[in-house]
Design a protein around this ligand. Structure first.
Ligand SMILES: [Zn+2]
Length: 358
């Protein structure tokens, strides 16, 4: 027996690959074309959830303008004349980010979700997809930025804590280590205080600066211009007294340069690693990547039990102050491509080459 659909499949519309996309309600086809239905007078996106039309009444349009010039109205369900859903969602998530940034107190998830016009579950998932962080972690990150700024500007630690929106000292102190990686007073003093010895040398990658506190090496910077590296050191440790290295210190530089040129020699210097709790965890994971191998940002995020945090991992890599000794150059994109390096992609490539990674 011959069915109706077999008859229809002989029409031009039914043979068109675009009709297949409509039957599958294929999202990927959205915005590549639109279709109108003669009997209803409306036009739709291919993914529209509306009842499937009879293909003999269907026409295809390259744009919404085409469809409207042909006399069709936009469907109320798939709103083909509005920005694609994905774009609308990104816009809404971006708005919510700004809202979190402006809030003194961490906003409640249900309030954010309502503001975004989504369910709590859907909002949480989308937010994480777009920012790499949960709304809560994003809020905490923003407050960290704010408290750091206030600590630099305010006349006292207490004033800074209240200015940054913490309603009690104790709530702030509970989190201060995670946010600052040091005590607030230390932070106001510009991080590690006291003397930092430093020297600038030359290696095959250009200028190299090594600085150390009484605890260990706290900075290894690479660059083209020695003076820029010294300025960077000042900016990073504004309250430390920078003291030019003596002969003993020159030996330290020689050891680091030797390691840059021949990584297989290994480097076992005492380090003075200062960073937030999260940065410290990332940097520890980086130091566990064996010489001559690479890991992806996702590998590191997974290792920390936070597979959704690849962006935060990338940020921690970019903030690493101790080049080479904390081998952030061994972190590459998931497809193995070399991307972003605080001291230039070309230096990253050369460092990996020296380790025998291609
Ligand atoms: Zn529709």
């Amino acid at each position: 027996m011959k069915t109706r659909s077999q008859t229809i499949s002989t029409t031009a519309t039914a043979d068109d690959p675009r009709w297949q996309a409509i039957m599958e309600r294929r999202k990927a086809a959205d915005d590549t074309f639109f279709y109108s239905v003669k009997t209803t007078g409306v036009y739709c996106r291919p993914s529209c959830a509306t009842r499937l039309a009879n293909p003999k009444n269907v026409a295809f349009h390259a744009s919404t303008t085409d469809a409207e010039q042909a006399g069709f109205r936009p469907c109320k369900r798939c709103k083909p004349n509005e920005a694609p859903l994905a774009m609308q969602q990104i816009d809404r998530i971006t708005e919510i980010c700004r809202l979190i940034e402006r809030s003194d107190q961490p906003p409640k998830l249900e309030n954010l979700a309502r503001q975004a016009g989504m369910s709590k579950f859907h909002f949480h998932r989308l937010f994480r997809q777009h920012t790499g962080l949960t709304p809560k972690a994003y809020g905490a990150y923003q407050r960290t930025q704010r408290i750091q700024q206030k600590l630099r500007e305010s006349s006292s630690v207490t004033e800074a804590i209240f200015d940054a929106g913490f309603n009690s000292n104790s709530r702030f102190y509970e989190n201060s280590d995670a946010m600052l990686g040091m005590s607030p007073t230390e932070f106001r003093m510009g991080g590690p205080t006291g003397e930092l010895r430093f020297a600038v040398g030359e290696c095959s990658l250009g200028a190299i600066l090594v600085a150390a506190s009484s605890i260990g090496v706290c900075a290894i910077f690479l660059g083209d211009d020695p003076q820029e590296l010294v300025d960077e050191l000042h900016a990073r440790f504004p309250s430390a007294a920078l003291v030019g290295g003596d002969e003993e210190f020159e030996r330290l530089i020689a050891i680091v340069v030797g390691f840059v040129e021949a990584p297989s020699m290994g480097l076992s210097l005492p380090l003075d690693i200062r960073g937030t709790a999260f940065q410290q965890r990332v940097w520890k994971a980086l130091r566990e990547i064996p010489l001559g191998t690479t890991a992806s940002y996702l590998d590191i995020a997974r290792k920390l039990g936070k597979p959704e945090s690849t962006r935060a991992v990338a940020q921690a890599c970019a903030a690493n102050p101790i080049a080479v000794a904390i081998p952030c150059h061994r972190v590459v994109k998931s497809d193995g491509q070399i991307s972003g390096y605080r001291w230039g992609i070309e230096r990253k490539r050369r460092l990996l080459e020296k380790e025998g990674v291609n």
